[in-house]
Structure formats: structure tokens, C-alpha cells
Write a protein that binds this ligand. Structure first.
Ligand code: SAH
Length: 340
């Protein structure tokens, strides 16, 4: 048995053909699932009893539950219980351009970034494609509105769950289905280099963000263990390849950690590292968490850092802050989600 929400349209077509059914039923099924949004095969009234039986014998509907919702101004955090009782979170942000959902890709994370709360729980397992798709479907149902943008920046390292991630993108991007434009989808990675090369070859114009956070190997090694596997030179080579083959722009995320990576020297080194690339830097005020001792860079220093990058002709923004009051901000997911 396989989840129907993990199944791409081409896999459905293959299933239909192998079961002596017509290929065009795939479009009907997709329409029931993602446009009409039914939760059982029996509701798919334009399919034959026979086909419904075949589908029911081969596919299931995921059982996932929203067990907690916390809201604060423009942001809501949703805690999900998965069918095996694991928990994940997703965060919804209301922007003036639409509703953006930050989805999780794994239960826990193995990347071990020193500043991040999500990684304190080691990876328990990858999320199934369906469990990523359902985060969108269930939250849309809950809020009665469409989600216009998806960022894979919740718990987990998406490139450590690459195959399921790619299927997820294929499913939510499908025009006859959820129809999220690829330019409205962003995937963020801490820098798993071989997967950046693979990602560049995909036929989707999905945005890529890199959690860079340091301009030298020395600093990056001290806060992000992945840098000891794929260092900055290798990472930059992969990113240049991505930029060349995708013709897209890349985002560098840079958390400002007081006394670690926020000096004027760091700003200059960062500018040198990425000069000439079709890229922009998103400076992220660090969200402090109880269990981790890093401190946030003060506002004045963030702006100084910003000014240096500007002067160096680097595109740069300071990330708007969301969700700190309900621990829904970057790096805070899973911090207090244990259900009491
Ligand atoms: N594993 C992926 C996806 C997670 S994205 C990645 O590393 O890109 C989550 C983003 O929030 C990453 O850029 C991460 O580095 C950042 N982050 C982690 N902890 C944070 C914190 N406490 N404050 C602000 N940003 C944080």
C-alpha cells in the first residue's frame, strides 16, 4: 500500500494502464484529490466501482492530525501528529503578497547546526512525500484560504530527503492539481553539495536558498558540521554550477550571531565570496532559544553589516521577523512542541 498523496500523475497513469484502466482517469483522480479535495475514493463519483476498488486496494489516505495551533499577529504555528505518533510543525505567515507556508521535511534533523533548535532532536525519519503535501492541504482546510507560497525551511534538511522532496515539488506544482507555481516554491539547504548539482538538473524553476551563515571555513566549521564534509570552496563551485545551468538567482541566508560572524571583516569577506554572483543575501536576526547560548547581534550592528554589503554592491535584505512570541521563528521549531 502506498499513500495516494505520495503518488505523481505519471505513477497514477502507470497504475491505471497496468490495471486495464484508461489513462485519463489520472486527471479525474487528481481533480478529486487536489481541486475538490475529497478524503475517500468512494466520493470519486465519476469513477467506476471497479476502479474505486482497485484504488482502495493499492492506495491509502494518510491519517494526520493538527493537534495544536498557536497564533500571533501575522503568523500561526501548527503542530501535527503523524500516523506513527511522531510530531512535526509547519508555520504559516501572512504577507501582503499572500500566505506563505514553511513546511517540515523530516522528523528531527541530523545536520547538527550549533545554533538551531530543530537539530537538537536527531533525525527520527524522513517525511513521506504525502506528509509534506498534507501539511499544505490540511492547513488550507483549517484556514479556509489558499497558500500562495511554500518554503521548505521547517524542521529537517530537505536535501537529506531528496527523492521525497522532488516528488513533493512535482505534486504541488502540477497545474491540474494544487498548482503552486515553481517560482512560489523555495527549498533551503545547509549545503549538501552533491544534491545541489542534482537539483540544478531538475526541470523545475524552484528557488534555492543556501544557509551560508559564515564567510570562512574556520567560522563555518565551528557552527555547521556539514562544512567539514563539503567546505566553502566546494559549496561555491556547486552554487556556480546551479546558477549557470538554471539561470536563476540564489538566496544566501546569513544568521547574525553576536561575536561569531557579525564583524566588519566578516561582511567584507562575505562580499568577496559572492561578488559577481546572481545572488542576494538575507540577513537573519538570530532567534535566541533557551537551550542554546548564542546571542543575537544588536540591531545597530546588523545595519552596519548591511551597509557594508550594500557599499560592496551586494543585494541584501534584512529578514522581516515572524513568530518569535510563539516559538515559530526560524530555528525554534520543535523547541517546545512536546504536547503536555
Ligand atoms: N536544513 C535546511 C532547512 C531549514 S531552514 C537549512 O539549513 O537551510 C531554517 C533556516 O533557519 C536555516 O537558514 C537555519 O540556518 C535558520 N535558523 C536556524 N536556527 C535559527 C535561529 N535560532 N534563528 C534564526 N534562524 C535560524
Amino acid at each position: 500500500m502506498k499513500s495516494i498523496y505520495s503518488t505523481t500523475i505519471s505513477e497514477l497513469e502507470e497504475f491505471l494502464l497496468n490495471n486495464n484502466e484508461k489513462k485519463y482517469h489520472s486527471t479525474q483522480i487528481i481533480d478529486w484529490l487536489y481541486v475538490k479535495r475529497v478524503n475517500t475514493f468512494n466520493e470519486m463519483t465519476n469513477l467506476s466501482k471497479d476502479l474505486i476498488k482497485k484504488l482502495s486496494e493499492n492506495y491509502y489516505f494518510d491519517e494526520m492530525e493538527i493537534i495544536k495551533k498557536q497564533s500571533d499577529k501575522d503568523v500561526s504555528k501548527f503542530l501535527f501528529k503523524l500516523s506513527d505518533n511522531n510530531h512535526i510543525e509547519a508555520v504559516l505567515m501572512n504577507h501582503d503578497y499572500g500566505n506563505s507556508l514553511c513546511v517540515s521535511s523530516q522528523v528531527g534533523c541530523n545536520m547538527g547546526c550549533k545554533f538551531c533548535e530543530s537539530g537538537r532532536l536527531k533525525k527520527v525519519r524522513n517525511l513521506e512525500t504525502s506528509e509534506m503535501v498534507k501539511q499544505i492541504l490540511m492547513i488550507e482546510k483549517e484556514i479556509g484560504k489558499r497558500i500562495s507560497h511554500v518554503v521548505v525551511m521547517g524542521i529537517g534538511e530537505p536535501f537529506d530527503n531528496f527523492d521525497n522532496l522532488v516528488k513533493f515539488i512535482e505534486i504541488i506544482n502540477l497545474q491540474k492539481g494544487i498548482n503552486l507555481g515553481s517560482r512560489h516554491i523555495t527549498v533551503s539547504t545547509c549545503g549538501i553539495v552533491p544534491k545541489i548539482y542534482e537539483f540544478a538538473k531538475l526541470p523545475y524553476q524552484v528557488n534555492l536558498a543556501i544557509s551560508l551563515h559564515a564567510p570562512t571555513n574556520e567560522i563555518r566549521n565551528s557552527i555547521m558540521p556539514i562544512n567539514k564534509v563539503y567546505n566553502l570552496e566546494e559549496l561555491m563551485r556547486a552554487i556556480k554550477d546551479y546558477l549557470k545551468s538554471s539561470n536563476r538567482r540564489i538566496t544566501f541566508e546569513y544568521i547574525m550571531l553576536a561575536g561569531i560572524n557579525d564583524s566588519i571583516d566578516c561582511a567584507k569577506k562575505l562580499a568577496n565570496l559572492i561578488r559577481g554572483m546572481n545572488a542576494y543575501v538575507n540577513l537573519i536576526p538570530y532567534n535566541e532559544t533557551e537551550n542554546i547560548s548564542f546571542k543575537r547581534t544588536e540591531k545597530k550592528k546588523i545595519l552596519e553589516f548591511y551597509d557594508i554589503l550594500k557599499k560592496e554592491k551586494i543585494n541584501v535584505t534584512v529578514r522581516r521577523e515572524f513568530g518569535g512570541n510563539i516559538d515559530a521563528a526560524c530555528g525554534q521549531l520543535r523547541a517546545k512542541s512536546e504536547v503536555k
